[in-house]
Design a protein around this ligand. Structure first.
Ligand SMILES: Cc1cc2nc3c(=O)[nH]c(=O)nc-3n(C[C@H](O)[C@H](O)[C@H](O)COP(=O)(O)OP(=O)(O)OC[C@H]3O[C@@H](n4cnc5c(N)ncnc54)[C@H](O)[C@@H]3O)c2cc1C
Length: 386
């Protein structure tokens, strides 16, 4: 309560009790809760303690919602958690009305404006303190590094595997910095969509250079590492192509591997299901062989059989190796790999019977569109089994 009176932000709602021990929750109730919300007194909170019971009423509390919000929305939400005296709200509301469009601002707008004022006030004070005591961080680092008991440049050459490799690394690193999203310092400012696109552009730039023989394959692989921006074609390079190289017949390789190496089709590897990760024998997706048409019918019979996680599946891939149980004349032969085309090569739309999409945001790894896939009696010819 003292912190509120001194005008400092409070990130938890304080519960106040009157002299008879009855709960007073006035600030929280009048300033933070929409009037339609029921105001139940929290149970079991002690006088003077912070109250977590009411915090769920604040806009930023739901972590799932907060995660999906933009940074701007999160800032507004978190600033409205501050407890602001009514007088400040009224001042801010009046200030808004004088420069506004004639409409009276709502109480909530007043709260947000007041918290903006409060934030700005706090920021300038905090900035002054930081500036007063600031030390140039690179000076600090330089100072610490100068005390090393070994030659850092020599160690870097050793770790790179020799002076030649170090030179190559430096050259590739400089090249990578020029790619979209290649500048790591500003990467955190990219939206998920921007990072996905930048990562794909970077990945394709590298492979175009490899195909044009401007880079060797090894240099291309090294550049992927140096760029450190995983993309929607990780699985294409890391699983789809190696699976075709290892399991496909020469005809199958002509059909899928050759266009994959030219990036005319993009593949992924769809094994994990919503209900089955490590326990592969539990996979539920079925591939029933139809002797009459000499084709397999691939189907997701349950919710838990939904393919879940494959990289590049959400937006990028046109094809997938789908692990499904082979059912031959009613006999279950366990999981086998099938090549399934997911999206049209002309407009990239999902083909009939295919439900495919992005899993949503993850903690990091935004460049990769991990996805889900459901198959509704999708037919593939018998040569699609690897
Ligand atoms: C970033 C990312 C990318 C992925 N990309 C793909 C992809 O491209 N294609 C694809 O098919 N899948 C992909 N996956 C899925 C991945 O293969 C699965 O997450 C993995 O197989 C584990 O399965 P699960 O998540 O269901 O965990 P579970 O199998 O449920 O395991 C959970 C925990 O239980 C433990 N555990 C499981 N079984 C046992 C046991 N018998 N005894 C003791 N402990 C056990 C595990 O070690 C783990 O700690 C990806 C996952 C991630 C996170």
């Amino acid at each position: 309560a003292r912190r509120v009176l001194r005008g400092l932000p409070v990130l938890r709602t304080f519960c106040f009790h009157d002299s008879a021990g009855r709960l007073k929750h006035q600030r929280c109730a009048t300033l933070q809760l929409p009037p339609s919300r029921p105001r139940r007194p929290p149970t079991g909170c002690r006088a003077g303690s912070t109250c977590d019971t009411h915090i769920h009423n604040f806009p930023s509390h739901s972590r799932q919602i907060r995660f999906a919000k933009s940074r701007r929305q999160t800032t507004v939400a978190s600033s409205s958690v501050f407890l602001i005296p009514s007088s400040t709200v009224d001042v801010a509301a009046t200030a808004m009305s004088t420069r506004g469009n004639g409409e009276a601002p709502s109480k909530q707008q007043g709260v947000v404006a007041a918290s903006d004022l409060r934030l700005r006030g706090l920021q300038s004070a905090a900035t002054a303190v930081v500036q007063q005591h600031s030390v140039e961080p690179s000076d600090d680092l330089r100072n610490e590094r100068s005390r090393a008991s070994f030659d850092a440049a020599e160690l870097a050459v050793f770790l790179a595997g020799g002076a030649d490799k170090m030179q190559t690394k430096d050259r590739l690193l400089a090249l990578a910095k020029g790619f979209p999203g290649g500048e790591k310092a500003s990467r955190a400012n990219l939206t998920r969509e921007e990072e996905h696109v930048a990562a794909l552009q970077g990945a394709f730039n590298i492979w175009e250079k490899v195909l044009a023989r401007e880079l060797t394959r090894e240099e291309g692989l090294m550049m992927r590492q140096l760029l450190e921006l995983p993309s929607g074609i990780e699985l294409h390079i890391g699983m789809w192509i190696p699976t075709l190289q290892a399991l496909a017949t020469p005809e199958q390789q002509r059909r899928w591997l050759d266009p994959s190496l030219r990036f005319q089709i993009i593949g992924t590897y769809a094994q994990t299901e919503l209900g089955h990760g490590s326990y592969l024998r539990g996979l539920e997706t079925t591939a029933i062989y139809d002797r009459q048409t000499e084709s397999f019918i691939l189907h997701s019979p349950t919710l838990t059989s939904t393919k879940w996680w494959p990289g590049g599946l959400g937006k990028t891939s046109t094809h997938a190796v789908v692990m499904a149980r082979l059912l031959l004349d009613g006999k279950d032969h366990g999981p086998h790999p099938f090549v399934v085309q997911l999206r049209s090569l002309s407009d990239h739309q999902p083909l009939p019977g295919i439900k495919v999409g992005d899993m949503g945001p993850k903690l990091g790894y935004h460049g990769v569109d991990n996805g889900f896939l459901r198959l509704d009696h999708v037919r593939v010819d018998r040569d699609s089994m690897l």
